[in-house]
Design a protein around this ligand. Structure first.
Ligand code: C5P
Length: 237
Protein backbone atom coordinates (compact mmCIF):
# COMPACT_ATOMS: atom_id res chain seq x y z
CA UNK A 1 0.00 0.00 0.00
CA UNK A 2 1.29 3.49 -0.85
CA UNK A 3 2.33 5.72 2.03
CA UNK A 4 1.01 9.07 3.17
CA UNK A 5 3.48 11.84 3.99
CA UNK A 6 2.32 14.94 5.83
CA UNK A 7 3.91 18.21 4.73
CA UNK A 8 4.63 20.11 7.95
CA UNK A 9 4.35 23.51 6.26
CA UNK A 10 3.98 25.49 9.46
CA UNK A 11 5.50 28.85 10.43
CA UNK A 12 6.63 27.79 13.88
CA UNK A 13 8.87 24.97 15.17
CA UNK A 14 6.76 24.17 18.22
CA UNK A 15 3.56 24.07 16.15
CA UNK A 16 5.25 21.65 13.76
CA UNK A 17 6.43 19.36 16.56
CA UNK A 18 2.99 19.41 18.15
CA UNK A 19 1.28 18.72 14.78
CA UNK A 20 3.66 15.80 14.26
CA UNK A 21 2.75 14.46 17.71
CA UNK A 22 -1.00 14.62 16.91
CA UNK A 23 -0.47 12.68 13.68
CA UNK A 24 2.02 10.12 14.92
CA UNK A 25 -0.50 7.29 15.34
CA UNK A 26 -1.86 7.81 11.83
CA UNK A 27 1.24 8.01 9.62
CA UNK A 28 4.97 7.30 9.60
CA UNK A 29 6.39 9.98 7.31
CA UNK A 30 6.64 13.74 7.65
CA UNK A 31 8.04 16.28 5.23
CA UNK A 32 10.16 19.23 6.25
CA UNK A 33 10.34 21.85 3.53
CA UNK A 34 11.96 25.21 2.95
CA UNK A 35 10.06 27.20 5.55
CA UNK A 36 10.33 24.74 8.42
CA UNK A 37 13.95 23.77 7.82
CA UNK A 38 14.90 27.45 7.64
CA UNK A 39 13.21 27.96 11.01
CA UNK A 40 14.13 24.73 12.76
CA UNK A 41 17.31 23.37 11.16
CA UNK A 42 18.87 20.01 12.06
CA UNK A 43 17.58 20.05 15.66
CA UNK A 44 14.01 19.98 14.38
CA UNK A 45 14.79 16.93 12.23
CA UNK A 46 16.21 15.28 15.32
CA UNK A 47 13.03 15.98 17.30
CA UNK A 48 10.88 14.45 14.55
CA UNK A 49 13.15 11.40 14.41
CA UNK A 50 12.82 11.11 18.21
CA UNK A 51 9.06 10.81 17.69
CA UNK A 52 9.78 7.84 15.42
CA UNK A 53 9.10 9.57 12.11
CA UNK A 54 10.80 8.86 8.85
CA UNK A 55 11.87 12.29 7.66
CA UNK A 56 11.60 13.59 4.11
CA UNK A 57 13.74 16.70 3.63
CA UNK A 58 12.22 18.61 0.71
CA UNK A 59 14.76 21.32 -0.10
CA UNK A 60 14.79 20.58 -3.85
CA UNK A 61 18.54 20.82 -4.37
CA UNK A 62 19.61 22.48 -7.62
CA UNK A 63 23.26 23.52 -7.89
CA UNK A 64 26.58 22.44 -9.36
CA UNK A 65 27.31 18.70 -8.93
CA UNK A 66 29.94 19.17 -6.19
CA UNK A 67 27.66 21.35 -4.05
CA UNK A 68 24.71 19.00 -4.38
CA UNK A 69 26.88 15.98 -3.56
CA UNK A 70 28.09 17.71 -0.36
CA UNK A 71 24.52 18.62 0.58
CA UNK A 72 23.39 15.00 0.09
CA UNK A 73 26.22 13.83 2.33
CA UNK A 74 25.21 16.37 4.98
CA UNK A 75 21.59 15.21 4.83
CA UNK A 76 22.72 11.60 5.25
CA UNK A 77 24.66 12.59 8.38
CA UNK A 78 21.47 14.19 9.77
CA UNK A 79 19.61 10.88 9.36
CA UNK A 80 17.29 12.10 6.60
CA UNK A 81 15.34 9.21 5.04
CA UNK A 82 14.40 10.84 1.74
CA UNK A 83 15.29 14.08 -0.04
CA UNK A 84 14.55 15.96 -3.24
CA UNK A 85 16.73 17.42 -5.96
CA UNK A 86 15.69 18.93 -9.28
CA UNK A 87 15.89 16.65 -12.32
CA UNK A 88 16.65 19.83 -14.23
CA UNK A 89 20.06 19.78 -12.54
CA UNK A 90 20.81 17.16 -15.19
CA UNK A 91 22.83 14.00 -15.46
CA UNK A 92 26.06 15.06 -13.76
CA UNK A 93 24.31 16.69 -10.81
CA UNK A 94 21.96 13.74 -10.25
CA UNK A 95 24.74 11.16 -10.61
CA UNK A 96 26.92 13.10 -8.16
CA UNK A 97 24.04 12.97 -5.69
CA UNK A 98 23.65 9.19 -6.12
CA UNK A 99 27.41 8.64 -5.66
CA UNK A 100 27.44 10.79 -2.52
CA UNK A 101 24.50 8.90 -1.08
CA UNK A 102 26.00 5.51 -1.94
CA UNK A 103 29.31 6.54 -0.41
CA UNK A 104 27.80 7.78 2.85
CA UNK A 105 29.37 5.98 5.81
CA UNK A 106 27.58 3.14 7.59
CA UNK A 107 26.92 5.46 10.50
CA UNK A 108 24.69 7.61 8.27
CA UNK A 109 21.31 7.01 6.73
CA UNK A 110 21.17 6.38 2.99
CA UNK A 111 18.38 8.71 1.94
CA UNK A 112 16.10 7.87 -0.98
CA UNK A 113 16.68 10.40 -3.76
CA UNK A 114 13.63 11.81 -5.54
CA UNK A 115 13.92 14.07 -8.56
CA UNK A 116 11.48 16.95 -8.91
CA UNK A 117 10.03 17.01 -12.44
CA UNK A 118 7.49 19.77 -13.04
CA UNK A 119 6.05 21.33 -9.88
CA UNK A 120 2.38 20.42 -9.40
CA UNK A 121 1.63 24.14 -9.15
CA UNK A 122 2.51 24.59 -12.84
CA UNK A 123 -0.34 24.62 -15.35
CA UNK A 124 0.04 24.81 -19.12
CA UNK A 125 2.15 27.76 -20.27
CA UNK A 126 3.33 28.67 -16.77
CA UNK A 127 6.83 27.14 -16.92
CA UNK A 128 9.28 29.76 -18.15
CA UNK A 129 10.78 28.76 -21.49
CA UNK A 130 8.85 25.48 -21.68
CA UNK A 131 6.19 25.25 -24.37
CA UNK A 132 5.07 21.64 -23.90
CA UNK A 133 2.47 20.69 -21.28
CA UNK A 134 4.10 20.31 -17.83
CA UNK A 135 3.03 16.64 -17.83
CA UNK A 136 5.01 15.94 -21.01
CA UNK A 137 8.00 17.79 -19.60
CA UNK A 138 7.70 15.74 -16.39
CA UNK A 139 7.80 12.48 -18.36
CA UNK A 140 10.99 13.50 -20.19
CA UNK A 141 12.69 14.41 -16.92
CA UNK A 142 11.51 11.18 -15.27
CA UNK A 143 13.15 9.15 -18.04
CA UNK A 144 16.40 10.98 -17.23
CA UNK A 145 15.95 10.35 -13.50
CA UNK A 146 15.66 6.61 -14.16
CA UNK A 147 18.82 6.58 -16.31
CA UNK A 148 20.79 8.57 -13.73
CA UNK A 149 19.96 6.19 -10.89
CA UNK A 150 17.49 8.20 -8.80
CA UNK A 151 15.06 6.18 -6.68
CA UNK A 152 12.02 8.07 -7.80
CA UNK A 153 10.46 11.28 -9.03
CA UNK A 154 8.08 13.89 -7.71
CA UNK A 155 5.25 14.32 -10.20
CA UNK A 156 1.50 14.86 -10.32
CA UNK A 157 -0.80 11.86 -10.20
CA UNK A 158 -1.71 12.56 -13.82
CA UNK A 159 1.79 11.56 -14.95
CA UNK A 160 2.25 8.38 -12.92
CA UNK A 161 0.90 5.84 -15.41
CA UNK A 162 3.08 7.03 -18.30
CA UNK A 163 6.17 7.42 -16.11
CA UNK A 164 5.79 3.89 -14.73
CA UNK A 165 5.11 2.45 -18.18
CA UNK A 166 8.42 3.90 -19.38
CA UNK A 167 10.42 3.28 -16.18
CA UNK A 168 8.75 0.55 -14.10
CA UNK A 169 11.38 0.65 -11.34
CA UNK A 170 10.97 4.35 -10.64
CA UNK A 171 8.89 5.29 -7.59
CA UNK A 172 6.40 8.15 -7.90
CA UNK A 173 5.75 10.61 -5.11
CA UNK A 174 2.75 12.84 -5.71
CA UNK A 175 1.92 16.22 -4.18
CA UNK A 176 -1.08 18.21 -5.42
CA UNK A 177 -3.37 15.76 -3.62
CA UNK A 178 -6.82 17.08 -2.79
CA UNK A 179 -9.52 14.99 -1.12
CA UNK A 180 -12.89 15.55 -2.87
CA UNK A 181 -14.03 19.14 -2.43
CA UNK A 182 -10.79 20.47 -0.87
CA UNK A 183 -9.50 23.84 -2.05
CA UNK A 184 -6.72 23.43 -4.65
CA UNK A 185 -5.01 26.67 -3.53
CA UNK A 186 -1.94 27.31 -5.69
CA UNK A 187 -1.84 23.71 -6.99
CA UNK A 188 -2.86 23.05 -10.63
CA UNK A 189 -2.30 19.38 -11.51
CA UNK A 190 -4.34 17.86 -8.67
CA UNK A 191 -5.89 14.46 -7.96
CA UNK A 192 -7.82 12.89 -5.11
CA UNK A 193 -5.97 10.39 -2.91
CA UNK A 194 -7.95 7.51 -4.46
CA UNK A 195 -7.18 8.63 -8.03
CA UNK A 196 -3.46 8.95 -7.31
CA UNK A 197 -3.32 5.52 -5.66
CA UNK A 198 -5.19 3.94 -8.57
CA UNK A 199 -2.75 5.59 -10.97
CA UNK A 200 0.06 3.76 -9.16
CA UNK A 201 1.57 6.45 -6.89
CA UNK A 202 3.93 5.12 -4.20
CA UNK A 203 3.81 8.10 -1.84
CA UNK A 204 1.24 10.89 -1.47
CA UNK A 205 2.30 14.21 0.05
CA UNK A 206 -0.48 16.22 1.66
CA UNK A 207 -0.08 19.52 3.47
CA UNK A 208 -2.92 22.00 3.85
CA UNK A 209 -5.84 19.54 3.65
CA UNK A 210 -4.40 17.94 6.82
CA UNK A 211 -2.66 20.69 8.75
CA UNK A 212 -5.44 23.25 8.26
CA UNK A 213 -8.26 20.78 9.05
CA UNK A 214 -10.27 21.25 12.28
CA UNK A 215 -8.95 17.82 13.32
CA UNK A 216 -5.68 17.04 11.50
CA UNK A 217 -5.61 13.47 12.85
CA UNK A 218 -9.13 12.77 11.57
CA UNK A 219 -8.34 14.34 8.18
CA UNK A 220 -5.17 12.25 7.85
CA UNK A 221 -6.97 9.07 8.95
CA UNK A 222 -9.68 9.67 6.33
CA UNK A 223 -7.02 10.01 3.61
CA UNK A 224 -5.26 6.82 4.77
CA UNK A 225 -8.60 5.01 4.66
CA UNK A 226 -9.33 6.37 1.14
CA UNK A 227 -5.87 5.18 0.05
CA UNK A 228 -6.40 1.76 1.57
CA UNK A 229 -9.77 1.31 -0.12
CA UNK A 230 -8.36 2.47 -3.48
CA UNK A 231 -5.39 0.14 -3.26
CA UNK A 232 -7.64 -2.91 -3.00
CA UNK A 233 -10.34 -1.73 -5.43
CA UNK A 234 -9.81 -2.02 -9.19
CA UNK A 235 -9.43 1.41 -10.87
CA UNK A 236 -12.53 2.66 -12.72
CA UNK A 237 -11.57 3.30 -16.36
O1 C5P B 1 -0.52 22.02 1.03
P1 C5P B 1 -0.23 21.06 -0.11
O2 C5P B 1 -0.89 19.72 0.04
O3 C5P B 1 -0.46 21.69 -1.47
O4 C5P B 1 1.35 20.80 0.04
C1 C5P B 1 2.08 20.12 -0.93
C2 C5P B 1 3.51 20.04 -0.48
O5 C5P B 1 4.25 19.35 -1.47
C3 C5P B 1 4.18 21.38 -0.28
O6 C5P B 1 4.98 21.25 0.89
C4 C5P B 1 5.06 21.59 -1.48
O7 C5P B 1 6.25 22.24 -1.17
C5 C5P B 1 5.35 20.15 -1.90
N1 C5P B 1 5.62 19.95 -3.31
C6 C5P B 1 4.72 20.24 -4.31
N2 C5P B 1 5.04 20.01 -5.63
C7 C5P B 1 6.23 19.47 -5.95
C8 C5P B 1 7.15 19.15 -4.94
C9 C5P B 1 6.80 19.39 -3.62
O8 C5P B 1 3.61 20.71 -4.01
N3 C5P B 1 6.50 19.18 -7.20
Amino acid sequence: MPELIVALDLPDREKAVSMARQLRGVLDWCKVGLELFTLGGPRLLERLKEQGYRVFLDLKYYDIPHTVAQAVEAAAVLGVDMLTLHCQGGKRMCQAAVEARDGASDACSAPLLFGVTALTSFGTGEMPGITVHPGVFAQDLAAGAARWGLDGVVCSGHEVRDIKAASPGLRCLCPGIRPGGADAGDQRRTMTPAEAVQAGADYLVVGRPIIEAPSPAEAAAAIVEEMRAASVAPAAE
